[in-house]
Design a protein around this ligand. Structure first.
Ligand SMILES: Nc1nc2c(ncn2[C@@H]2O[C@H](COP(=O)(O)OP(=O)(O)OP(=O)(O)O)[C@@H](O)[C@H]2O)c(=O)[nH]1
Ligand SMILES: [Mg+2]
Length: 462
């Protein structure tokens, strides 16, 4: 029989409420030993009914002192988070009070849970599949409303159902093949009909669609990378601070103020971005500046979006522009041309050449906080304009994507096998591989090390 685990489920520190969770066969016994509905601790344990909220006290069984006033929620398995008997204790949130209650629980036979062990038990007890377990971690770490939306729908089983459907189609196909393997003399050689071949094509198409979905929108999880670049003193750090609405980067009138790249998370309309302020790019003999510029160039190369800044009264050529954003870095990258300091009366505004007229342009004054809203709007429009968020239901993660790619590979072998009229048992190997690859996504065929890797990333108490 499994042991009983316990942990503090809420973050450390002071707060209104802190939750301790106990799961396993002794959860009810331990809770009823420590809990009483009255301020006087009765001799026997409290009688706890499932799915009720009790108000009462946790006692120190040694000196019979009250440790804290709590709400206690007992939940009999399988109707609980782990599908085991679970008790949640809502105490006051303070590091010491929660620690003392937890110590009492541990001294009454529970073991401190490992990271993710509650969710792992929910998975092992088949209450949720692996995609739902991963979604729990994604919900906790979601950096934006849209990332949360996808994690929540994955938690509800949207991806699980899609993968199960594909797997069932392949299992059906395998059963047709296996009839021929088991009774080769009694049945005609396997010649898949148009409809049966269609099954493989359907699964292939859906797997490719899910892979593309990962590639198109995985930035929603990690953030779209925006690099601000341009000559020294154009106002890069000023724009960074305006976008973040805080004094994050040092701003001075001295050219070459920013050396190290400065990176911060930024949320616009529920979409996560990572914004990076960089050293001004120009001709310099200063070693520190040269290193700063090299780092800036790396961030320009790695960016999804580049904000290229200029100021009034300056002119430049394609060659100069391409020095900052090299041609090879422009491929697949979005660029916005930002003209700063329009409050200054410095003559004409710099223009991009004919060749770069397609690049969107915004005129701003970071100093006067003018045009910043337009920069935000342009960022969103440029990065996510062609995405139909409504049509998307889930974002497969990198692990899912790799499993889907393996599935695609096996199914392509199956199709090649049809064309070469290969033996049923050889075709069956590829079909089985594709079924197994899909099974690793939901956890049906996931190896122990995959499980460990997933649950190790959880926090304790989840
Ligand atoms: N008039 C005016 N001055 C500005 C504007 N934005 C920034 N500045 C000033 O320009 C100077 C340089 O600003 P920064 O934001 O430090 O420029 P930077 O591009 O980060 O400079 P480096 O880090 O040295 O490359 C500061 O004195 C700012 O106050 C603006 O819109 N108008
Ligand atoms: Mg700067």
């Amino acid at each position: 029989m499994k042991d009983t685990i316990a942990a503090i489920a809420t973050p450390y520190g002071s707060g209104g409420i802190g939750v301790i969770r106990i799961s396993g066969p002794n959860a009810f016994d331990i809770a009823s030993t420590l809990f009483s509905k009255r301020k006087i601790r009765p001799e026997g344990g409290a009688n706890l009914e499932s799915h009720k909220v009790y108000h009462g006290y946790i006692f120190d069984p040694g000196n019979k002192d009250i440790i804290d006033e709590v709400l206690l929620i007992p939940m009999k398995g399988p109707s609980s988070y782990t599908a085991e008997d679970v008790v949640e204790i809502q105490a006051h949130s303070g590091t010491i009070v929660l620690r003392i209650i937890l110590d009492e629980i541990l001294s009454h036979g529970a073991r401190l849970s490992e990271p993710g062990e509650f969710t792992k038990r929910a998975f092992l007890n088949q209450r949720i599949d692996l995609t739902q377990a991963e979604a729990v971690a994604d919900i906790i770490t979601a950096k934006s409303a849209s990332a949360l939306k996808f994690a929540a729908s994955q938690n509800l089983g949207v991806l699980k159902n899609q993968i199960r459907e594909l797997r069932e189609k392949l299992i059906h196909f395998l059963s047709l093949l296996e009839v021929n393997i088991d009774f080769p003399d009694d049945v005609e050689p396997f010649e898949p009909s148009q409809k049966e071949r269609g099954l493989i094509d359907d699964v292939l198409e859906k797997c490719r669609e899910l892979i593309k979905q990962h590639e198109d929108v995985c930035f929603l999880k990690n953030g779209i990378r925006i690099t601000i670049c341009g000559a020294p003193n154009v106002g890069k750090s000023s724009l960074m601070n305006r976008l973040l609405e805080q004094d994050r980067a040092i701003v001075t009138a001295i050219p070459g103020t920013t050396r190290d790249p400065i990176e911060e998370g930024l949320n616009i309309d529920g979409i996560p971005f990572v914004i990076i302020d960089t050293a001004g790019i120009h001709q310099s003999d200063n070693l520190v500046e040269i290193i700063g510029m090299e780092k800036a160039k790396d961030h320009i190369a790695a960016a999804d979006l580049v904000l290229f800044m200029k100021e009034p009264g300056t002119h430049f050529t394609d060659k100069e522009f391409e020095k900052v954003v090299p041609l090879e870095n422009q491929l697949g990258k979005k660029i916005i041309f930002v003209i700063n300091k329009i409050d200054l009366d410095e003559g004409s505004l710099p223009e991009l050449s004919e060749k770069y007229q397609h690049i969107p342009k915004v005129e701003i004054s970071a100093l006067l906080n003018k045009g910043i809203k337009e920069v935000r709007e342009k960022i969103v429009a440029t990065c996510v304009a062609d995405l139909d968020m409504e049509k998307l239901s889930v974002i497969p993660n990198l692990r899912h994507k790799k499993a889907l790619e393996q599935t695609v590979e096996s199914l392509i072998s199956v199709k090649t096998g049809f064309a070469q009229t290969l033996e049923e048992d050889i075709l069956a190997i590829d079909i089985k591989n594709s079924i197994d690859s899909l099974g690793t996504i939901t956890g049906e065929t996931a190896s122990l090390d995959i499980l460990d890797r997933i649950f190790d990333n959880f926090c304790i108490g989840k």
